[in-house]
Design a protein around this ligand. Structure first.
Ligand code: FES
Ligand code: FES
Length: 172
């Protein structure tokens, strides 16, 4: 199949790739762009490991055609933050044991980020609903819910600190 040039804005960076029209976004990210954070955990769109944000909305990259997202903003788990500037979501999963084998974690983090961006004060029910498309085989989910609660508390602390002009306290 003939390749065409596709322009994607990935984690804030303009990227240009030559891909076939049937190239899956997950394969383009992992194999063409070297962004291996997003994982393939199933072959029937049921695990959520491959989730990325497209224009702020969580999508399964294993069933998305990369060429359909010309000029779209795509955020992968790598775009949330790095070792020296962890996003509160990443910090939450690290602190509260929400990541064990870690295979599902990128997808959970993306779903968590999308939830907290659209609803900074979710109920437990809303948290469960937002993460219901993501499967974890290790944690039993309680640590994941605790990780989300940590992240939302940390975000609140950061907002409050920004409003008062002081540094955000560590959430424990
Ligand atoms: S890899 Fe399982 S839903 Fe995409
Ligand atoms: S931490 Fe292993 S599958 Fe979720």
């Amino acid at each position: 199949m003939n390749k065409g040039i596709v322009h994607l804005r990935i984690n804030g960076e303009e990227r240009e790739i030559a891909i076939a029209p049937n190239r899956l976004l997950l394969d383009a990210l992992r194999e063409d762009l070297g962004l291996t954070g997003s994982k393939r955990g199933c072959d029937d769109s049921s695990c959520g490991c491959c989730a990325v944000l497209i224009n702020g909305v969580p999508m399964l990259s294993c069933v998305a055609l990369a060429a359909s997202y010309e000029n779209c903003d795509i955020t992968t788990v790598e775009g949330l933050g790095g070792p020296s500037d962890l996003d509160p979501v990443q910090e939450g999963y690290a602190e509260m044991g929400g990541a064990q084998c870690g295979y599902c974690t990128p997808g959970f983090m993306i779903a968590t980020k999308a939830l907290l961006d659209r609803n900074p004060n979710p109920t437990m029910e809303e948290i469960r609903e937002a993460l219901s498309g993501n499967l974890c085989r290790c944690t039993g989910y309680m640590q994941i819910y605790e990780s989300v609660k940590y992240a939302l508390e940390k975000r609140r602390a950061i907002s409050a600190a920004a409003a008062s002009g002081v540094r955000a306290p560590v959430v424990r």
